[in-house]
Design a binder for this molecule. Structure first.
Ligand SMILES: NC(=O)c1ccc[n+]([C@@H]2O[C@H](COP(=O)([O-])OP(=O)(O)OC[C@H]3O[C@@H](n4cnc5c(N)ncnc54)[C@H](O)[C@@H]3O)[C@@H](O)[C@H]2O)c1
Length: 298
C-alpha cells in the first residue's frame, strides 16, 4: 500500500445538492474545504444551507455550537478555479450530469491541479474512463459516488475506470475513511453496485404488483420487516421519483440486457404522471397526507 499523504485541502466543484453535502462532510472531517460553482450566488446559497443543517445538529445535541463554527470556518468559497485547483490535494466534481460539461472541466483540472492530486467525479452513471480520457493523467481519475444526503449516508462507492491505478484507489479508500464513511471498490460498470441492485428490486416489486402477488403496502412491509430494509421499494421509488427510476432502468436494460427490462406497470405510472412525492402521487397518495396520513392510492 502506498504511503498516504496527510490530506488538508479538498476542492468541491458544483455546489448543488451533492456538492454542498460532500463539502459539509469534508469540513466536518477537519479538512479545509473549498467550494466552487459556475452559477453566481450558488456557493453562498450552499453555505447557508450547510449552516442551517449544522444548526439542526446543534439543536438536536449532535454537535456543539463551537464545533459548528469550526466546521463553517473550514469552508471557503473559491475565488476562481485557477486560484483554487492548484491548492487541492483532492478535487471532487459534483456538477451537472453531462458528459461534455464533465470532460471540459476535467481537461481544465488537468492543466491546473498538482500532479499527484486525486481527481474524482461524483457521477451517478457516466463513464469514469471517458471522463479520465479528457486528461493526460487518467491514472489519478476515479469515481467517488456519494449518496444523498451525503452527510447522513455512510457509503461511498470508489469507482475505478480502466486506467485508474491501485495507488489512486488506495488513497481514495483512505480518504473515504478520513471522511468518516465506508468505501467499497467497484469496477466501472453500469449502475456500479448500489443503483444496479436497487433498480432490480424496484422493478421486481412492480412486476409483483402487476402480477397481483401482493398489495404495494404488503410488499413494502415484507421488505422492511422481512429483510430489515429501512423502507420498502414503493416508498423509496415514490421518494426518488419513478421517472428517474425508469431512466436508470432503461439505461441498465440497454447496457446490461433483458433482466432490467422496465416493468410495463412502472411505465404506465410514469405515463400517468404518478411520479411520486414530488407531484403528490405515485404508488401512494400524498395529497392529503397532512390531514389524514398516507393511504394507498386507488
Ligand atoms: N442528487 C443525487 O441524489 C445524486 C446522488 C449521487 C450522485 N449524483 C450526481 O452528482 C452530480 C451533481 O448532482 P446534484 O444532484 O448535486 O445536481 P445539482 O443540480 O443540485 O447541482 C449541480 C451544480 O453544479 C453547478 N454546475 C453546473 N455546471 C458547472 C460547471 N461546469 N462548473 C461548475 N459548476 C457547475 C450548477 O450550477 C449546480 O449548482 C451529478 O453528476 C449527479 O448525477 C447525484
Amino acid at each position: 500500500v502506498a504511503q498516504v499523504p496527510i490530506l488538508t485541502t479538498v476542492l468541491v466543484i458544483g455546489a448543488g445538492t451533492m456538492g454542498r453535502g460532500i463539502a459539509q462532510v469534508a469540513a466536518a472531517a477537519g479538512l479545509t474545504t473549498i467550494l466552487h460553482d459556475a452559477a453566481p450566488g450558488q456557493v453562498d446559497r450552499a453555505l447557508e444551507l450547510v449552516a442551517r443543517d449544522l444548526q439542526k445538529g446543534v439543536t438536536l445535541g449532535k454537535l456543539t455550537a463551537a464545533e459548528r463554527e469550526d466546521i463553517l470556518g473550514r469552508l471557503r468559497p473559491a475565488g476562481s478555479l485557477s486560484e483554487a485547483v492548484p491548492l487541492a490535494e483532492v478535487v471532487i466534481e459534483a456538477i451537472v450530469e453531462d458528459m461534455a460539461a464533465k470532460t471540459a472541466l476535467f481537461a481544465e483540472l488537468d492543466s491546473l491541479a498538482p500532479p499527484e492530486a486525486l481527481l474524482a467525479t461524483n457521477t451517478s452513471a457516466l463513464s469514469i474512463t471517458e471522463i479520465a480520457a479528457a486528461t493526460d493523467r487518467p491514472g489519478t481519475v476515479l469515481g467517488l459516488h456519494f449518496f444523498n444526503p451525503a452527510p447522513r449516508m455512510a457509503l461511498v462507492e470508489v469507482v475505478r475506470g480502466l486506467e485508474t491505478t491501485d495507488d489512486t484507489v488506495n488513497r481514495a479508500l483512505e480518504l473515504v475513511v478520513a471522511l468518516g464513511k465506508r468505501g467499497v471498490t467497484v469496477n466501472e460498470f453500469p449502475g456500479f453496485a448500489v443503483s444496479r441492485i436497487n433498480a432490480m428490486i424496484g422493478n421486481e416489486a412492480f412486476y409483483m404488483l402487476m402480477e397481483g402477488v401482493a398489495s404495494a403496502r404488503d410488499i413494502d412491509t415484507a421488505l422492511t420487516l422481512g429483510l430489515n430494509h429501512p423502507m420498502g421499494p414503493f416508498e423509496l421509488g415514490d421518494m426518488v421519483g419513478w421517472d428517474i427510476r425508469l431512466k436508470v432502468l432503461e439505461h441498465l436494460h440497454a447496457t446490461l440486457g433483458e433482466k432490467f427490462r422496465p416493468c410495463p406497470l412502472l411505465r404506465k405510472y410514469v405515463a400517468a404522471g404518478r411520479l411520486g412525492r414530488k407531484v403528490g402521487r405515485g404508488v401512494y397518495d400524498y395529497r392529503d397526507e397532512d390531514r389524514r396520513g398516507r393511504k394507498d392510492a386507488s
